[in-house]
Design a protein around this ligand. Structure first.
Ligand SMILES: CC(C)(COP(=O)(O)OP(=O)(O)OC[C@H]1O[C@@H](n2cnc3c(N)ncnc32)[C@H](O)[C@@H]1OP(=O)(O)O)[C@@H](O)C(=O)NCCC(=O)NCCS
Length: 178
C-alpha cells in the first residue's frame, strides 16, 4: 500500500480548551501570527473550539462564539468564526477546510442563520472555496472605550440554513470582533 499523504487524523474534534500555549504550538510565538496587528483592533476570545490532532500535537484550530449583531434596524445573532489556524508545515492539505467544516456543523446546531468571519484580503479566495462570500456593505464593530469603528478587514458570511439570505443593509456587531 502506498503511504497516505495524510498522516494526520483528518477528523476534527471539539477541544475542551484552547490556550495561548496551544496557539503558540500551532502557529509559533511570533507577535502577529494572523497578520492583523496593523488594524490595531481588540478581539474577543472564542468560546468553543475545534481542532485536528496529529498524535498529541494540535495542528489545526477553528473557534466560534455567538455574537449579537444589528443588520440595518434588525437585531439578531450570528456565529462568529475566528482563530482559524493550521500549523505551517501542515498547510495546503485541506486541514482548514476540515476544521472550519466542523465548526460550521456545530454552528448549524445552534440554530442561527449565518456565520461570519473577518479576514485579510488575500484569504478571501480561500474562504470562497470553502463556501463563504464577502459582503460589500459597511461593517462596524465595537472597541474598548465605547468606540464603534469601521472594520478594515474583509467580512465574509456563509448561510447555516438553506433558506438564509444575508440582507444588504449595513452591519454593526454589538460586540468586539472575534
Ligand atoms: C489560512 C490557513 C488557515 C489555511 O489553511 P490550509 O490548511 O492551508 O487550507 P486548506 O488546505 O484547507 O485550503 C482550503 C481551500 O482553499 C484553497 N486555497 C488555498 N489557498 C488559496 C488561494 N490563495 N486562493 C484560492 N483558494 C485557495 C485550497 O485549495 C482548499 O480548497 P480545496 O479543499 O477545494 O482544494 C493557514 O494558511 C494559516 O493558518 N495561516 C496563518 C493564520 C491565518 O492567517 N489564519 C486565517 C485567519 S482568518
Amino acid at each position: 500500500m502506498p503511504e497516505s499523504p495524510f498522516p494526520v487524523a483528518t477528523t476534527a474534534v471539539r477541544l475542551p480548551r484552547y490556550t495561548k500555549a496551544e496557539q503558540d504550538e500551532l502557529l509559533g510565538d511570533a507577535d502577529d501570527p494572523f497578520g492583523v496587528a496593523e488594524t490595531g483592533l481588540t478581539w474577543l476570545p472564542k468560546e468553543e473550539h475545534f481542532g485536528i490532532r496529529d498524535g498529541d500535537r494540535l495542528v489545526a484550530h477553528a473557534g466560534l462564539l455567538r455574537l449579537p449583531v444589528a443588520i440595518g434596524d434588525a437585531e439578531t445573532e450570528v456565529v462568529g468564526i475566528g482563530g482559524v489556524a493550521v500549523a505551517p508545515d501542515m498547510q495546503g492539505r485541506g486541514l482548514a477546510r476540515i476544521v472550519v467544516a466542523a465548526a460550521l456543523d456545530h454552528a448549524r446546531a445552534l440554530g442561527l442563520e449565518h456565520a461570519l468571519l473577518f479576514c485579510r484580503p488575500p484569504l478571501v479566495a480561500l474562504y470562497q472555496r470553502l463556501g463563504w462570500h464577502p459582503i460589500d456593505q459597511d461593517v462596524r464593530v465595537e472597541q474598548p472605550g465605547a468606540r464603534v469603528v469601521l472594520m478594515p478587514l474583509r467580512t465574509m458570511v456563509t448561510p447555516l440554513r438553506d433558506d438564509a439570505h444575508w440582507p444588504p443593509e449595513p452591519v454593526r456587531l454589538l460586540s468586539l470582533p472575534m
